[in-house]
Ligand binder design. Structure first.
Ligand code: UDX
Length: 433
């Protein structure tokens, strides 16, 4: 089968490379010539473990190609997957202008039956919107179907998530579209992946409901952590015991500075907006978003309290990305917190294994970037752990204690054990313990 993926961002690139690895002929297209040029040079514009190997392999075996020729990509493909950006607008709604533009291009290049699939996270009703554009603008009456096949890829483990998904969701109106999409995912049948076949609107909502529920778990455990701090309970033990109940499950119950990244914040706001437009007052969603916002402020309070005074103080910060194993700093709690600290007169010495280049483009120029975690700690009045990179678990903390001006550690990800840190002579603050 020949397929075309429009948009070589995070989702498009991972999806294209993985489908090629399934044995499908994939052409990834993007109007950004620089990005295509980079990919054709064999470089990967994003940080994702395992992605380069699979791109290289499939390019070499001639199943994966990159081009700016969108029309040609569409004309030669049976399935056209849309993976363009759907950025949030200021009012909480979703900007569908890229989706609209791509739909027009598909209509102009429709030269036979095709199934047009949304991979991007799109508001409920977008499938119909695409259908309408293509039906109105196609030059000849070639048949087509629209389908929704949402991705559930986590940054940092996207290749693994694609190859071994918990489920595949296919939303379509025609049996032909479902059959083509099932065929595309054929290798996943061998590992008994559950398939959910449904209508387009349901598939579109499944994506939002899933991400919003994950965000709800995080905000919930963060509120429990805050309550633990007031009552003397230990949130880790609470979370562990809760997670042992199979109806709850252990995942996404790790307290911290709140969720960030390119999906959870955007999707929760979008779902709230979808509800508003549908005339539904979605109380829980509103609270989840508010709790997440407030959690950043609570982290600031912890640092303020630990550091004594912020004006003139030097704060070492370990971790800038929104989570480990990515270079992505979008909506990262670390970035908000550093901006807050700088605003209150602190000097920042930061270290991150992958996110420093991206962070430097958004943080104030006064932030100093270090070669390693020790350099960031050296001479600092207080050390803040903002992202739980594995590297930060393998540190010689005795050495860190010697390097810090005061042995103060604010551990926003509970990487360290409070008791052990206390015994080592640190003034240690965690979350909910
Ligand atoms: C998420 C979804 O998991 C994925 O299915 C979807 O398709 C895209 O959005 P991602 O944004 O890569 O993936 O990150 P994820 O691993 O879900 O983490 C999101 C945020 O929540 C991070 O900031 C992380 O630090 C935070 N988090 C996660 C917690 O604070 N506690 C947890 O227990 C889990």
């Amino acid at each position: 089968m020949n397929i075309c993926i429009i948009g070589t961002g995070y989702v498009g690139l991972v999806t294209g490379a993985c489908f090629a690895d399934f044995g499908v002929n994939v052409v990834c297209v993007d109007k950004d010539a620089e990005k295509i040029h980079t990919l054709n040079r064999g470089e990967i514009p994003i940080y994702e473990p395992g992605l380069k190997e699979i791109v290289d392999k499939n390019v070499k075996e001639r199943r994966l190609a990159f081009t700016t020729d969108i029309g040609d990509g569409i004309r030669r493909s049976l399935a056209v997957l849309i993976a363009v950006g759907t950025p949030p607008r200021g009012d909480g709604s979703t900007d569908l202008s890229y989706i609209e533009e791509v739909s027009r291009t598909i209509a102009a290049n429709l030269n036979g039956y095709k199934v047009v699939v949304t991979k991007s996270t799109v508001p409920v009703g977008t499938g119909r919107f695409i259908e309408k554009i293509i039906a109105e603008e196609r030059k000849e009456t070639h048949l087509f179907d629209v389908a929704s096949n949402p991705e559930f890829l986590r940054e940092g483990s996207a290749v693994e998530d694609f190859m071994r998904p918990n489920r595949v969701v296919i939303g379509a109106r025609s049996g032909q579209a479902v059959a083509i999409l099932k065929d595309l995912h054929a290798p996943l049948y061998l590992i008994e992946t559950p398939f959910v076949i449904t209508d387009i609107e349901t598939a579109e909502l499944i994506k939002y409901a899933s991400n919003a529920f994950l965000a709800t778990k995080i905000s919930f455990i963060n509120e429990i952590a805050n309550l633990c701090e007031k009552t003397g309970a230990d949130v880790h033990v609470v979370a562990r015991a809760m997670g042992l109940d199979r109806r709850i499950g252990p995942k996404f119950l790790h307290p911290g500075p709140g969720y960030g990244g390119s999906c959870l914040p955007k999707d929760t706001t979008a779902l709230l907006n979808i509800a508003k437009n549908a005339g539904y007052d979605f109380k829980i969603m509103e609270a989840v978003i508010e709790v997440n916002r407030r959690q950043r402020g609570r982290m600031m309070e912890k640092i303020r309290k630990a550091a004594g005074k912020l004006r003139g103080a030097t704060i070492g910060v370990w971790g800038l990305t929104f989570k480990p194993n990515t270079d992505d700093i979008r909506e990262s709690p670390a970035i908000d917190i550093i901006n807050g600290l700088v605003g209150e007169g602190a000097k920042i010495k930061a270290y991150d294994p992958a996110g420093m280049k991206n962070a430097a483009s958004v943080l104030p120029d006064t932030v100093v970037y270090s070669q390693d975690p020790y350099e960031a700690a050296s001479g600092s009045d207080c050390l803040v752990i903002a992202t739980e990179w594995n590297l930060f678990r393998q540190i010689d903390m005795e050495r860190v204690k010697g390097l810090l001006k005061h042995p103060r550690v604010v551990d926003l990800r509970n990487v360290y054990d409070p008791e052990v840190m206390g015994k080592r002579g640190f003034e240690y603050t965690g979350v909910g313990r």
